[in-house]
Structures are given as structure tokens and as C-alpha cells.
Write a protein that binds this ligand. Structure first.
Ligand code: GRG
Length: 288
């Protein structure tokens, strides 16, 4: 299979597993419906893809990585639902459809986020085969998703609104807000292959930074329809981004540099490094 076929194969498996998971949410419950609405709305599934790709590249248990990756996608989806709320970014479009609070109202959207965050851990405890490894993953995942990771990054991101922050502060914010869950994706694959949680961090830290720089570039240069969300929000709100701080050309140069670092880090995958290299290149060229 070439890269595109393999990527499609991975995303098909991930989407099937997420559909099965959503079918297990309690029936006749409006918040279950809102959780499934956002979880199954599409999205690139990049975090579970990294999880299964890292596991396979390390000769690990791909099904176990898929289980961890689906939990990660639930946490990612919760963060998007909460990020879109009126008290945060107040967005009306996500993954090409109305945001969760536009469709279900603010209170149910808040609960849908809470429900997905909690269900992620319930899902692992119900579906993981190796409880010791699952515990290690949940320990790492909770540290990456919480106040020391994504929530802390989001907190500092809010604090940095309307204030010009330096490039190091911006990188620190995004290493946590966006990068932490990408690290958790790498950890999912590494743990499913019997390695330490931090084994693939060299790869995922650069991948996460590249992902965020590209996101800032797409906010300026992207196609709103392909992105499935409103663009130019950061530019119009005078928020510090890689593009506002560095300019478009330097942001693109840093994107190239981080992608190169991610590719170099793929040596840890030995002879099975090709997919992870192609994934880093695909993220550089992505249009959504
Ligand atoms: C509310 C605790 C809390 C955290 C929110 C993830 C996040 C933190 C905010 C999202 C805002 C944002 C646009 C971040 C930039 C990078 C990013 C995470 C983009 C969205 O992820 P994709 O591109 O989305 O993987 P899809 O829809 O493809 O899954």
C-alpha cells in the first residue's frame, strides 16, 4: 500500500471504531446525541492516525494503539467543543457543520465536552487488553490533556489575547495547547509497542509544532470551505500567532525546519520509518 492508501485504511478503521464507541453512549439522552454529533462529524483523525502509525512502525500492537487513539480523539473533540463556546472563541462552524452549542445550546454542549472527556477514560478501561500498559497510557494522557498540558496551554493562550507575546512564549503555549495531545498520540503508539511513553517525543514534538505553525498559516491563506471553519479570526482579533509575530515567509521557514526535524527523528522507527516520514510531509502540505 502506498501512503495515501495506508492513510485511508487507518482512517477507515478509526472511523469505524469511533462509530462503534458512539453506539455505546447511553440511549435517549440529548447529551449522548451531542457527543456523537461532534465526534462523528469528520475531522482528519490525525491523533489516532499517529497512534496507530507509531505502533505499527515500532512493531507494536496496532489494535491497542487504536483503542488509545480513539480515546484521544474523544478528548480532542471535547477540546474543540469547549474552544468553540461563546465564552471562548465563539465559533459557529466546526468540521464543516454548525458547532455543538449552535446545534444543541450552550449547556448541552458544555456537558457533551465533559461527557467525551470522561468517556475517553471509560473507553480505555473497557476496551484495552493490557491493563498495565493502559494505566501507563492514561497516566501520560491525563498529564498531557490537563493543566500541565492542553488546559494549561489554553489558559495561557487566553491570557495572551490582545497582548503581544514573544516567540518563545508563543511556542510554549502551543507546545501545550496543541502539542501535548500530539505527544499523547505518539505515546499511545510507543506504549502499545512496549516502549516508554516518551519514546517518540522527538518526532511528535516537532510534528506538533509544525502542525500549529501550519494552522496559523492556513488561518491566513487557507480555503474556509476546505477548512470547515471560519478563517482570519486570529488575524482579525490581533491575536499573537506565528504569522503575526514572524510574518508569512519566516513562519513558512520555521514550518519547513520543524518538518525536517520531525523527519530526522523518524530514525527511531528503523526500517519501518516511511509512513511516519510521509505523514510529516503530508502535514506540511495539508489544506485543512
Ligand atoms: C478548551 C481545554 C480546551 C482546549 C482547547 C485544541 C484547542 C484547545 C483549541 C482548538 C483551537 C485551535 C484551532 C487550535 C489549533 C490546532 C488545532 C488543535 C486544530 C484543530 O485540530 P485538527 O486540525 O481538527 O486536528 P480536526 O477537525 O481535523 O480534528
Amino acid at each position: 500500500m502506498n501512503f495515501s492508501e495506508k492513510l485511508k485504511d487507518y482512517t477507515t478503521k478509526i472511523n469505524k471504531a469511533l462509530l462503534l464507541a458512539a453506539e455505546q453512549f447511553p440511549k435517549n439522552n440529548i447529551v449522548s446525541e451531542a457527543m456523537a454529533y461532534s465526534l462523528l462529524a469528520g475531522g482528519k483523525r490525525i491523533r489516532p492516525v499517529i497512534a496507530v502509525a507509531v505502533a505499527e512502525s515500532l512493531g507494536g500492537d496496532v489494535d491497542e494503539a487504536l483503542c488509545y487513539g480513539c480515546a484521544l480523539e474523544m478528548i480532542h473533540t471535547y477540546s474543540l467543543i469547549h474552544d468553540d463556546l461563546p465564552c471562548m472563541d465563539n465559533d459557529t462552524l466546526r468540521r464543516g457543520i454548525p458547532t455543538c452549542h449552535v446545534k444543541y445550546g450552550e449547556a448541552y454542549a458544555l456537558l457533551a465536552g465533559d461527557g467525551l472527556l470522561t468517556y475517553a477514560f471509560e473507553y480505555i478501561t473497557k476496551n484495552a487488553k493490557d491493563k498495565a500498559r493502559a494505566f501507563d497510557f492514561m497516566a501520560y494522557l491525563s498529564s498531557m490533556a490537563g493543566i500541565g498540558g492542553m488546559v494549561g496551554g489554553q489558559t495561557d493562550d487566553i491570557g495572551a489575547e490582545k497582548v503581544k507575546v514573544g516567540i518563545d512564549a508563543l511556542k510554549s503555549i502551543h507546545a501545550r495547547k496543541t502539542g501535548a495531545l500530539i505527544n499523547a498520540a505518539g505515546a499511545a503508539g510507543a506504549i502499545a509497542a512496549g516502549k516508554d511513553a516518551s519514546f517518540a517525543e522527538g518526532y511528535t514534538k516537532s510534528l506538533g509544532m509544525a502542525f500549529q505553525i501550519k494552522d496559523d498559516i492556513l488561518d491566513v491563506e487557507g480555503d474556509a470551505e476546505k477548512m470547515g471553519k471560519t478563517l482570519m479570526k486570529d488575524m482579525n482579533s490581533e491575536k499573537s500567532t506565528f504569522v503575526t509575530l514572524l510574518g508569512l515567509d519566516e513562519a513558512k521557514a520555521q514550518l519547513d525546519a520543524e518538518t525536517k526535524k520531525a523527519i530526522e527523528a523518524c530514525e527511531i522507527f528503523g526500517t519501518r520509518k516511511d509512513f511516519c516520514i510521509s505523514l510529516a510531509k503530508a502535514m506540511l502540505e495539508r489544506e485543512n
